[in-house]
Every structure is written in structure tokens, then in C-alpha cells.
Design a protein around this ligand. Structure first.
Ligand SMILES: NC(=O)c1ccc[n+]([C@@H]2O[C@H](COP(=O)([O-])OP(=O)(O)OC[C@H]3O[C@@H](n4cnc5c(N)ncnc54)[C@H](OP(=O)(O)O)[C@@H]3O)[C@@H](O)[C@H]2O)c1
Length: 280
């Protein structure tokens, strides 16, 4: 039986991908920060698929110690892993000031970039033991609105300025750079990225948004695809053969990343920095 970990699998696209992979007969472990939401997701997946091949580990991805504990608890229980899906992300437009984690890191960067890096490193030995180990890192189509974006190494921790959306796109670019670097660093594992398009959001998850922002989200949702549809791309890249490219869109078609993502010197700089930060 194939095994996968999906971070943030208790809602949205991650939840739908978990359900689809359980339906295919996979064992799925959700890495979630909230026990009530994790249990509820497992209960619903079990009820909707008729399979109990889903469980969870508690992991606050914004907390290095929690990430390490969750990875260790998973390996102790399961030992093997075929696919790691770094799906969870922190993006809340109502947060106006940067939040620092207990490790002294800006919370979005810790969740969206450092945690995928650290999970990949901690779980790499298990993925390498699989006959077909894979890592999927989840990025955003919104990056096409910033064709000239480059990673601002001087503001990774929000020390110069902070806005939740600028930080989010910097994080998603960093994740693409990390993924490209991992493709060279991890020869025994395939690393791919997904360019998620506009997907229907559960707005009740963001109670602090202003009425205007809620209205914008409602308007956006008219032009968005259901989470199930986007999850089909995760499921295909996790479980099917024939995807040898790097970045895939909502049609499972290979697309180009932003130009700056391919800068090897910057990729290496980021990878080394993440290694230093993860040692905190
Ligand atoms: N929806 C879109 O239109 C869209 C567009 C482009 C890219 N994406 C990307 O697609 C992926 C999935 O998005 P989605 O729309 O399905 O989002 P979602 O429904 O908001 O799910 C996000 C998940 O991440 C989890 N999470 C956030 N911070 C966490 C932390 N510190 N520790 C553990 N888990 C944490 C959330 O857990 P809680 O339930 O505990 O909050 C939730 O399960 C993300 O990478 C997102 O950036 C989405």
C-alpha cells in the first residue's frame, strides 16, 4: 500500500486530494495543527470513502519543534513513505502586521517555506527507500501577475516591510526555487510543483476579513474552480506515471515558473539559509 503525507489536509484542496488518494487505496496521513479539525476531516473521509486508511499527526508548521516531532512520530509509526505533499499555506489578508513565531521567524515564511524544506529533509530517507518517492510542493498561479519578481533575501523575515500578499508571493517563489534545487539535490526522489489556480475558498475560515475583502472573495469565487478539480492534479502527480516535468497547472499541463526561480546561485543561497534556520 502506498503512503502519503498531506500537510493542511483538513480543508480545501488538501482535503479533497486526501479523499481521492484514500479512494485509490492509499494510506493518507494528514499533518494538521488543530486536533478537532484533523479528527473531523478523518471522520468525513472515512465516512465518504468507506475506508479507514486515513489518520493524522498534529503539526504546527510554523513551529520548528512541532514539525520535527510530527515527522519523528510519523516515521516511528509507519517507517515508509512514498509521497510528501507540501500543501498547507498561511495566507490571511486580515493580518496587517508581521507575526513572529517562537523561533523568531515571520510566520508565513516559517509555514510556507521553512516547513516544506524541513519536512522534505526529515522524510527524505523514507522517500528514498520507496521505489517511487515523490515530493509535491504547492505554488500559486498568482505569481504570473509578478513576472519580474525576485526573492528579496533582505526581507525574508519581514524585517523591512510586511504585507500578507507580498509575503505570500515571495514565499511561493521561494518554494519554486527550493523545488528546483531539490530536483538536483535529491536524485532518488522526484520533486514537482503545482501551480494552483483560483480555487473556491471557504470564506468562513477567515472571520477577520473586512466586508469589502469578503465581497472581493465572493466575486473571485465566481471565476474559480472547485477544490476537487484542483486536487485531481495533486492526485495524478502523486500516483500516476509520465509526469517528468517540473511545474504543472490545473490541466496537468507543464508550465514555466517565473524567470528568477531558475537562478541556481539564488536557489543554493536559499537552500543554505533554510538549513541554517532549521537548526534553531
Ligand atoms: N485557494 C486558492 O485559490 C489558491 C490559489 C493559489 C494557491 N493556492 C495554494 O493551494 C494550497 C491549498 O490551498 P487551499 O485553498 O486548499 O487552502 P485552505 O483551505 O485555506 O487550507 C490551508 C491549510 O493549511 C493549513 N495550515 C495553515 N497554517 C498551518 C500551520 N501553521 N500548521 C499546519 N497547518 C496549517 C490550514 O489549517 P487550519 O485549518 O488549521 O487553518 C489548512 O488545512 C495552498 O498552498 C495555497 O497557497 C490556493
Amino acid at each position: 500500500m502506498k503512503r502519503t503525507i498531506i500537510t493542511g489536509g483538513n480543508s480545501g484542496i488538501g482535503y479533497q486530494a486526501a479523499k481521492q488518494l484514500v479512494q485509490k487505496g492509499w494510506q493518507v496521513t494528514l499533518f494538521c495543527r488543530n486536533e478537532r479539525r484533523a479528527k473531523e476531516a478523518c471522520r468525513k473521509i472515512t465516512e465518504e470513502t468507506g475506508s479507514g486508511q486515513v489518520d493524522y499527526k498534529l503539526a504546527d508548521l510554523a513551529d520548528i519543534r512541532s514539525v520535527r516531532q510530527a515527522a519523528a512520530a510519523y516515521l516511528e509509526q509507519n517507517r515508509s513513505l512514498d509521497v510528501l505533499i507540501n500543501n498547507a499555506a498561511d495566507f490571511d489578508l486580515s493580518v496587517k502586521k508581521r507575526v513572529l513565531t517562537r523561533d523568531g521567524l515571520e510566520k508565513q515564511f516559517a509555514t510556507n517555506v521553512l516547513a516544506p524544506y524541513l519536512l522534505s529533509e526529515l522524510l527524505l530517507p523514507a522517500l528514498e527507500e520507496s521505489s517511487d518517492g515523490r515530493i509535491l510542493n504547492i505554488s500559486s498561479k498568482g505569481l504570473i501577475m509578478y513576472p519580474r519578481i525576485s526573492l528579496d533575501f533582505d526581507n525574508l523575515n519581514g524585517e523591512k516591510s510586511y504585507s500578507p500578499s507580498k509575503t505570500y508571493y515571495q514565499n511561493k517563489l521561494a518554494l519554486l526555487m527550493l523545488s528546483l534545487y531539490q530536483r538536483e539535490q535529491y536524485p532518488k526522489v522526484s520533486v514537482q510543483a503545482v501551480r494552483v489556480t483560483n480555487v473556491k475558498l471557504d470564506i468562513s475560515r477567515y472571520p477577520n476579513l473586512t466586508p469589502v475583502m469578503k465581497a472581493v472573495y465572493r466575486l473571485k469565487s465566481r471565476f474559480s474552480i472547485p477544490a476537487e478539480k484542483m486536487a485531481e492534479v495533486y492526485t495524478a502527480l502523486a500516483s500516476e506515471a509520465g509526469f517528468d516535468g517540473f511545474l504543472y497547472d490545473e490541466h496537468c499541463k507543464e508550465v514555466k515558473a517565473n524567470r528568477s526561480a531558475y537562478n541556481k546561485t539564488e536557489q543554493e543561497r536559499l537552500y543554505r539559509l533554510l538549513g541554517e534556520l532549521a537548526r534553531r
